[in-house]
Design a binder for this molecule. Sequence first.
Ligand code: UT7
Length: 335
Amino acid sequence: MRTVRTAPHPDTGGAGGHSRILGIGGYRPRQVVRNAELCEAIDSTEEWIETRSGIRERRFASADETLHSMAVAAAAKALAGAGVDPMRIDLVVLASMSQLDQTPPLSVRVAHTLGARAAAAIDLSAACAGFCHALALASDAVRAGSARRVLVIGAERMTDIVERTDRGSAFLFADGAGAVVVGAADAPGIGPVVRRADGAYSEALRMTAPWGDSTGVRPWMRMDGRRIFRWAMDEVAPAAAEAVRAAGVTPDGLGAFVPHQANLRIIDLMAERLGLGSRTAIARDVVRMGNTSAASIPLALETLLAEGQAAGGDTALLVGFGAGLNYAAQVVVLP
Ligand code: UT7
């Protein structure tokens, strides 16, 4: 009988009971779609879309840019940035809300393609909050010693579940993937997570029908945007402030604010509520990438680092929120 390891793993890289992000990678689909291209199908205008959401353009995946290929590309970049060989990954956690194949878990196929042959792999369903939930699980696994290095991936092809003619969501959602590698550290690099779900809002973002029901009608995602907007301000913004306190830092000491890229108005209002000063870089990737659900936070982090708005060693407040409704927030140190 094969043994199952439950004790802390001896190879923690010599680090002392903490976790941190070691590397970040993203994949942005090739096709850029501007507001003008969507207006006719939803009876809208470029100005309305930009004023209400901040979005100017987004990326739509082509047929060859599958969830699998985008997740692999983002993860390979994160592994290269971290300088970690895939064989040294113990666990892959993949968050997605647009994975249409019920089984096998996409994470298992992604791990296999990457050559992470020693890893366990699980999928996580927490919609747009998925990345921050997955990051919290990865951090806990590393700190408890049940894994040494964890690959966390957020990957979405929202164009597979959003109806092109749906006025309430077609201009908002988009495709892409982002990933980080989490490993052991001598000092705290991923702060305590503040997280909660509220099923009273389960109708606010949902699919219109189950897949494969007897009517044969294809299900699509539907969203009560106004209701989620209010909830984000009333519930998520105070939770984000709590994550800052739990990490033992102050809002004006944050190097970056990287909330889920749902809507520029939500991002800017949340920054205001948190009392962030001019020293904190605010991620506004939504303007060029739209809302990529579980991929939006690692993609936005990658942009901040690539553009030099944030640097390794800075602290960043991450806040994921979405369907459920569900949120998770934590402060991290950037790699
Ligand atoms: O990522 C997961 C979590 N999701 C979110 O966080 C989404 C949060 N919500 C939002 O981002 C915003 O609610 C939206 C961008 C989706 C919508 O913006 P809004 O300011 O909340 O618009 P609204 O739904 O309150 O609609 C305002 C007006 C309405 O007209 P009246 O009733 O004021 O005459 C709508 O009928 O805009 C109209 N409208 C549109 N007009 C042009 C709604 N959709 C459109 C459209 N184009 N696509």
